[in-house]
Design a protein around this ligand. Structure first.
Ligand SMILES: Cc1ncc(COP(=O)(O)O)c(C=O)c1O
Length: 387
């Protein structure tokens, strides 16, 4: 049975072939660390890592590629940013559509006297920004927000929130897990102070590599979560205060960075506008194919009704059929891979009215085709109507 991968929000698959090739080449022919060895091979890898920072800085319109920090994923990045920045007594605003990568560190921080308020979102995931001002307190220091929902694909109005943050003197931290490599992102234009990304989704790199980019100067307001050897300033036992070493202790994931570099180069060649257009065409086809099933009361799709203001992620609930069973049959009978449940975002599901049951999520990627979408629609029809 031919397999159809519709779980690109979890991690994109396949990757451009250059990604594993570069990782394999590095592992088999180079293998050296950087910032430690005094030989040409180490300098070459160092150069490739530097180039990767430049590619990321260019993609997100950062100020300086030295402000790009590598971590293992966006979860780690958000932990470093939130736990490094927030102090007892601080208050932050989040949207009600956040992933647990934001909510769990924040819940942990409440034990140390940090508090947060949720800016409500509507049942289609759109943000009620007009309600944000009423939630401000004297001790509010930042807004933390996802750019695009991993549950229903709704894009949040980051540029407007950036203006809100500047107006009220707040720092603005954005979780770009679902938008990086798919939506245009401009840190300067959007007023983003810290942008957190993961390498294995829209950036098409492997798992285990991610990072964040800081606006210049913010690093002095962030206490490093981890510390250790950096290969720099080896005479001192104190954490370097310069970027990116301040936040990059220990040996880096070099195969991951070199793979990510190829993903970024591929993105530049392909163009993220083309990627979003393709994913939204598939989304449109899927949504309109779902419509008769919705009218029959067999299925309910959540989020925005159209392709405006969203990414290529569609969540549905089947009426009268258990979601996990439908997802299982999609895979076992039709080879269609989706994700079922709460997608690590209980707050988003509460907002969308799908808590605690969750949804079946179809997330489209560059390599998916209209024929595959057609097959998914046909499979759903067969399963729901018992054809
Ligand atoms: C919106 C959002 N934030 C954070 C994450 C966490 O990503 P990672 O597991 O790569 O850290 C995800 C992953 O699905 C996500 O969709």
């Amino acid at each position: 049975m031919e397999k159809i991968y519709f779980d690109n929000s979890s991690t994109t698959f396949p990757k451009p072939k250059e990604v594993p090739e570069a990782m394999y080449r590095y592992m088999t022919t180079i293998g050296s660390n950087i910032n430690r060895g005094g030989y040409q091979a180490a300098y070459d890898v160092e150069e490739a890592v530097y180039e990767t920072r430049q590619l990321l800085c260019r993609l997100f319109h950062g100020e300086d590629c030295k402000q790009v920090v590598f971590t293992k994923n966006v979860t780690e990045s958000l932990n470093v940013i939130l736990k490094g920045f927030l102090k007892p007594g601080d208050h932050v605003l989040v949207s009600s559509m956040e992933h647990n990568a934001v909510m769990r560190p924040l819940q942990q921080l409440t034990e140390q006297g940090v508090s947060f308020s949720r800016i409500p979102c509507r049942s289609d995931g759109t943000l009620c920004l007009d309600q944000a001002e009423g939630l401000l307190r004297e001790n509010t220091r930042a807004v933390v927000m996802t750019h695009a929902s991993n549950v229903c694909g709704t894009i949040l109005p980051i540029e407007e929130v950036g203006v809100f943050c500047r107006t009220h003197g707040l720092r603005f931290f954005v979780d770009c897990a679902q938008s990086a490599g798919v939506c245009p992102i401009d840190m300067a234009k959007m007023g983003i102070d810290a942008l957190a990304f993961t390498g294995h989704k829209g950036l098409l790199g492997p798992q285990g590599i991610g990072g964040f980019i800081l606006k210049k100067g913010l690093e002095t307001e962030l206490d490093p979560l981890l510390s250790g050897g950096t290969g720099s300033l080896s005479h001192t036992e104190f954490v370097p205060d310069f970027m990116p070493d301040r936040f990059e202790p220990g040996t880096m994931n070099l195969p991951g960075i070199l793979g990510l570099r190829e993903g970024l180069l591929w993105l530049e060649r392909t163009g993220i506008d083309n990627i979003l257009r393709h994913e939204l065409e598939l989304t449109k086809q899927f949504l309109s194919g779902l419509q008769p099933m919705e009218e029959d009361g067999q299925i309910r799709s959540v989020g925005l009704p159209d392709t405006i203001g969203r990414t290529g992620v569609v969540s549905v609930q089947t009426v009268g059929r258990e979601l996990a069973q439908v997802a299982y049959e999609l895979d076992s009978r039709y080879g269609i891979m989706t994700r079922v449940g709460l997608h690590c975002a209980p707050s988003a599901h509460r907002t969308l009215g799908t808590f605690p049951t969750g949804t079946i999520r179809f997330s489209f990627g560059w390599w998916n085709t209209p024929l595959e979408v057609e097959r998914a629609l046909q499979a759903l029809k067969e399963l729901l109507y018992g054809i």
